[in-house]
Design a binder for this molecule. Structure first.
Ligand code: PAF
Length: 281
């Protein structure tokens, strides 16, 4: 696997593939790779002739009080996992390469509406930062297909909208969340949990399952949500939000909507956990 921080090197390697008519799958990451990321790479190997990954802890998507400096960086282990999974090219840029003129004057991409709610309400500027770096990475790699985890459901919808709104020639594919046997969704931020918190964390997924079941059994959304918030608190988590939205648009649910998604975020010690559940009523 070629690892490079140089945009020209990435472009040159990809050009040789494209000149032969070969396709490219792309998996952007912030590193600290776990089995969820590896599933994205594996799916990429099935969907395209070559898989390219990036590791870049993107400062533009972290708020001033967030964990940019402490974000786990595990490059050697990441490289080994990428090689084993079949990734052929790793883009490993520095912030100076991605943002040569600094962050303050960086041109940005914003998907309005979708970016300001749910996680965007608690993390102002986060989705603008994520959309901007993904747009830049797409311009550098020019993949045929890009793969993202469904765990970051709102991010996935935002990237899909960006690609559609800006007519980007990339197919965006969502890949199912990988979970621990306890149900806890894999996340780089799970590493912040103490052993005691780890034992509490699966309550998030359990609460989402229970919430979906209550709605399918005819409970009102308001009652089911109130119950879910209480359940999370009783389990020792501090809910940031629990919401039910239209599964595709993330718009507030109307009486006729059948395809729904529950989205939730909750604090547990140093970690902010997110999860979601798509279901039909
Ligand atoms: O999901 C992530 O890890 C990041 O938001 C992404 C898509 C790599 C952009 O920095």
């Amino acid at each position: 696997m070629l690892t490079t921080s140089k945009i020209e090197e990435i472009r040159a390697r990809i050009k040789t593939w494209k000149n032969k008519g070969e396709s490219v799958a792309f998996v952007p990451t912030m590193g600290n790779l776990h089995a969820g990321h590896i599933c994205l790479i594996t799916e990429g190997t099935r969907r395209a002739d070559h898989v390219v990954a990036s590791i870049f802890v993107n400062p533009l998507q972290f708020g001033p009080q967030e964990d940019l400096d402490g974000y786990p960086r595990t490059l050697e282990a990441d490289q080994q996992k990428l090689v084993e999974a079949g990734c052929e090219l790793l883009f490993l840029p520095t912030p100076e390469i991605i943002y040569p003129h600094g962050l303050a004057t960086q041109t940005y991409v914003e998907v309005p509406g979708l970016s300001d709610q749910l996680c965007g309400a608690s993390r102002p500027g986060h989705f603008r930062g994520a959309a901007t770096v993904v747009c830049k990475l797409f311009n550098i790699v020019q993949p045929d297909i890009a793969l993202f985890g469904r765990k970051d459901y709102q991010q996935l919808q935002i990237i899909r909208t960006m690609v559609e709104d800006l007519s980007m020639p990339v197919e965006v594919m969502g890949v199912d969340t990988v979970r621990e046997p306890s149900g806890l969704a894999l996340s780089s931020r799970n590493g912040y949990l103490t052993a005691e918190e780890r034992a509490k964390a699966p309550a998030l997924k359990r609460t989402l399952d229970d919430l979906a079941e209550r709605i399918q059994h005819g409970n009102t959304i308001a009652d089911a949500l109130a119950h879910a918030n209480t359940a999370l608190q009783q389990a020792g988590l501090r809910p940031d939000y629990v919401e039910i939205r239209h599964a595709h648009t993330l718009a507030p649910v109307t009486d006729t909507d059948k395809e729904l998604v529950i989205l939730a975020a909750a604090y547990l010690g140093k970690a902010r956990l997110i999860d979601n559940l798509v279901f039909n009523r």
